[in-house]
Write a protein that binds this ligand. Structure first.
Ligand code: 13P
Ligand code: SF4
Length: 434
């Protein structure tokens, strides 16, 4: 097996040169282990041009029996291993996973829902997280110390999360404190509260926890920003500039009250006065999947389908969110479609695997991706049934492979930042059981 039925046809079009304008690599048709053998990189897909940190985890080669197995053999082995392990294992699948992986998930959901699902399944000795590295870390933070969280392919990172490196963030904080130290004391406010999107490393979550800050997801970002403004004069928003800008703007904060922080430039590329005047400092991070969506695509969808309902993820650029009818997390998008009682045309701005699954699940609606030339998330795509079979069969032998575990010094403050988020807003319901 090399690729998936869910996006296979479009990928074959790209490969055959039939999908004009695609910047995706035809290497998407290769098996992930062929990519894992190469120099470090995010692999083919939307993030392939992003710079990967030198310390990003690498995936060692898995045994040939998994690389060479047919689809049918992998299917049989995965099902048999799951049946034998029973409640000892829970398999979680993010909405952006390929259908060939999602079919084995006990829960499918967004990153936060899956972390809470991990927390709820205390009887499972092992949690196999079919998603990306920061999600597995979060599951480790929220699960019990006895549970092992496994990421089937360690090379499944997230290029956006990697755009905020802990050393750069510490350096940024030092520079900010030199300019802002002591500010806000008379009002009982901190000069700046750090807020990090769930899509960040555990080290960044720990940093935020140590400095009076909080974690947010794409579904609770405005509640979390309101929490932060009750405690501080301004917010440092990590690592996604778009989610930060879109959320702050929707809360009535002007663009002139926001500034970008470029970690490669002194004071983030700002004058001291700009930092003092800012209410939101936006880290220079972005998602290479969501930055592909454009206003021109929305205009085209509206011209071709006058009644179209356009829903985009808030990781999209501001102009795209402004031009859409609605913006929301992966689960908000799913619920909007499920809640539509009349046949509707939806144009969706998020990762293709989710869009194609929603289209298949709701044939009464016309559902298409705003970007007609598919380019899946490179790192989500690195999870493959071959890796899943390998991790499950290792558990059968009593071995835990590819465990993701957060060191206690980082875990403690990171949990504080996560608990603040849970207290700021009740946790959403656990992911949809399949
Ligand atoms: P969710 O938190 O909505 O699952 O999004 C995760 C993600 O990576 C979006 O790009
Ligand atoms: Fe990261 Fe973007 Fe992929 Fe989500 S879609 S995991 S933010 S690279």
């Amino acid at each position: 097996m090399t690729t998936t039925a869910s996006v296979e046809l479009t990928l074959r079009d790209i490969s055959a040169g039939a999908a004009a304008g695609s910047s995706c690599s035809t290497r998407l048709l290769d098996a992930p282990w062929d990519v894992d053998r190469e120099d470090p990189g995010y692999g083919p897909g939307a993030s392939m041009a992003d710079a990967i940190p030198a310390v990003a985890p690498r995936q060692g080669e898995i045994p040939a029996e998994y690389r060479e197995a047919s689809d049918e053999e992998l299917d049989r082995r995965i099902r048999a291993a799951k049946a034998e392990l029973g409640d000892r294992v829970v398999v979680l699948g993010h909405f952006y996973q390929r259908d060939e992986v999602v079919q084995y998930a006990d829960y499918v959901g967004d990153s936060f829902q899956l972390a809470t699902a991990a927390k709820a399944r205390t009887e499972a000795e092992a949690i196999i997280f079919c998603g990306v590295h920061f999600m597995a870390e979060t599951a480790d933070l929220l699960s019990t110390p006895e549970q092992a969280v496994i990421l089937p392919n360690l090379a499944a990172g997230c290029s956006m999360a990697d755009m905020a490196d802990i050393d750069q963030v510490e350096e940024c904080w030092e520079q900010l404190m030199e300019v802002l130290e002591g500010e806000g004391q008379e009002e009982g406010l901190a000069p700046v509260i750090p807020v990090t999107y769930m899509n960040s490393s555990a080290a960044i979550k720990g940093f935020v926890g140590r400095h009076g800050g909080i974690v947010c997801t794409s579904s609770n970002a405005s509640t979390v920003l309101a929490w932060a403004f009750e405690r501080g004069r301004r917010v440092l928003f990590l690592p996604d500039q778009h989610l930060g800008r879109n959320t702050a703007k929707a809360m009535g904060i002007g663009l002139d009250e926001m500034t970008m922080w470029n970690p490669r430039r002194p004071l983030g590329g700002n004058e001291e006065q700009t930092v003092r005047d800012a209410r939101v400092l936006l880290w220079h991070g972005f998602c290479s999947v969501h930055k592909r969506f454009t206003v021109a695509q929305i205009d085209k969808a509206r011209a071709e389908h006058p009644d179209v309902r356009v829903i985009v993820h808030p990781e999209c650029p501001m102009e795209v969110v402004d031009a859409a009818d609605e913006a929301g997390s992966t689960d908000v998008i799913r619920r909007a479609i499920e809640g539509a009682t009349e046949p509707t045309t939806f144009a969706i701005g998020t990762e293709i695997n989710l869009v194609q699954r929603l289209a298949a699940q709701h044939p009464q609606h016309e559902i298409f991706c705003l970007d007609p030339v598919v380019c899946p998330c490179s790192t989500m795509y690195r999870i493959h049934p071959g890796y899943l079979a390998w991790t499950l069969e290792a558990l059968l032998r009593g071995e835990v492979v590819n465990q993701v575990s957060v060191s206690p010094d980082v875990a403690e403050p990171a949990r504080v930042a996560l608990e603040r988020m849970l207290a700021a807003k009740p946790a959403p319901l656990a992911g949809s059981a399949r």
